[in-house]
Design a protein around this ligand. Structure first.
Ligand code: FES
Ligand code: FE
Length: 435
């Protein structure tokens, strides 16, 4: 466990950020804060691991992480999803070294212990000669990780006493459905994720992913200028920010008045949404142009229409992101395009193309964002800057909207810091809660 440190008192201040609205630069790039994040946040919370469509067949697997632990997500021969530490029980070697594949068994590259994809240890080379009867194979299977699912999303937690996933999501499912219920049978990934690392503190990404509508007209100015967005500088701030107190989840919902409902989806997808979403969900989502939301702490989504031809309405795509803190001030991003199961090949390709051009690792908008986040991360290391606070005061005194049809605390318009204050106070609560 982490001893009380200066880092902890620094973080403690953020529990009350909803009152004072100040965020200190020192919470970024700090190895002591990173250690707290690993031990108290990522090792305690539910972490998004994979989408079940990444492992559709028996034997399919993907290797993911929770904090600094490698995790193996596999579909066993009986068709069940199995999640284990990706570690050989003999000396701790990494079991599976590929990012993804299909295998019924995994054989350790050091002394050759063999495990089934369901985790049992089934073969130990020279078992008799080396161990006699001193090693009971049944005791030394792969270490299981606590797992739960929501609409195809596979989550894992390293804390055996973690609250049920349903409570952890705490009503944010209402918003996840917008991204996950576009097909009668849900969604699937369009191929493996794009993965990249950057010199960016993961928290800057988490903040943007919680609904930063404020940066869009400047960071992505050319998008407005040339007509890539279905909004203008004048209409851009319209919409809602919604957050879940003490849960950390937040979403920004940008609306364009007069826009066609669900702009960018073909009629057959709109029909499915109308069937699968509740009247409250339809009331919230029909006018939404852009929805950017974060299920705390490591999963975000973006839905928006995009056309490679400026001025055209384009096609709506959904991207799902998993952010991973690699060290203080560096992160890994995994990014997928999600498409409705059973959607036409025409729509799938158009959506994937729109996603890649706009928000793939070389995407025109993703690059704008990365440049800013990487710069901020480096800048915050400065000996003077490190001592400074930053103002998260937008909407600090604002009352929530009373006639909003969805769950969570909603503020209007879409540009304010309430989601971010909630992100920071939840983060601080995890990092400073004593058990
Ligand atoms: Fe895996 Fe020895 S470390 S078999
Ligand atoms: Fe952006």
């Amino acid at each position: 466990t982490v001893p009380d440190t200066a880092a902890q008192s620094l973080v403690e201040r953020l529990r009350d950020v909803a009152t004072h609205g100040m965020v200190p630069a020192k919470i970024f790039n700090d190895p002591a804060v990173y250690d707290l994040e690993v031990e108290r946040l990522f090792s305690k919370a539910w972490n998004f691991l994979a989408h079940e469509s990444e492992v559709p067949k028996a034997g399919d697997y993907v290797v993911r992480s929770i904090a600094n632990n490698s995790i193996l997500v596999a579909r066993d021969e009986a068709g069940e999803i199995q999640v284990h530490l990706n570690m050989c029980r003999h000396r701790g070697n990494q079991m599976c070294k590929a990012d993804l594949g299909n295998a019924s068994h995994f054989r350790c590259s050091y002394h050759g212990w063999v495990y089934k994809n369901s985790g049992e240890l089934v073969a130990v080379p020279y078992h008799k000669q080396a161990f006699g009867d001193e090693l009971d194979k049944k005791q030394w299977g792969l270490v299981p990780v606590k797992t739960a699912m929501y609409e195809g999303l596979i989550f894992g937690s390293l804390d055996p006493d973690v609250e049920p996933l349903e409570d952890f999501l705490g009503g944010f499912q209402f918003y996840l459905d917008y991204y996950l219920k576009t097909g009668a049978e849900g969604v699937e990934v369009y191929g493996p994720p794009d993965i990249w690392e950057s010199r960016c503190d993961w928290k800057l990404y988490a903040e943007n992913g919680s609904g930063d509508g404020y940066h869009t007209p400047v960071t992505h100015q050319f998008g407005f200028h040339l007509g890539y967005f279905a909004s203008s500088g004048a209409t851009h701030s319209i919409g809602h920010s919604v957050h879940f107190p003490d849960k950390g989840h937040g979403i920004g919902l940008g609306e364009t008045p007069g826009m066609d409902p669900f702009l960018g989806y073909p009629p057959e997808i709109i029909d499915v949404l109308k069937e699968r979403l509740t009247p409250e969900q339809l009331a919230v989502f029909e006018p939404v142009r852009t929805a950017v939301g974060m299920a705390f702490p490591n999963l975000s989504f973006l839905s928006q229409p995009f056309s490679p031809i400026p001025g055209e309405p384009g096609i709506r795509f959904v991207t799902m992101r998993q952010v991973r803190a690699l060290s203080a001030g560096t992160m890994q991003m995994s990014s997928w395009c999600l498409v409705p199961k059973g959607a036409s090949e025409e729509y799938r390709e158009a959506a994937y193309s729109a996603y890649t051009l706009a928000f793939g690792p070389g995407g025109m908008f993703e690059q704008d964002d990365m440049e800013n986040w990487n710069n901020i991360t480096q800048q915050l290391k400065g000996s003077v800057v490190r001592e400074m606070d930053f103002p998260y005061v937008s909407g600090l005194k604002q009352e929530p909207v009373s006639d909003y049809p969805g769950p969570g605390v909603a503020l209007r318009p879409y540009m304010n810091d309430s989601n971010f204050r909630n992100l920071w106070s939840t983060w601080a609560k995890y990092l400073t809660d004593k058990e």
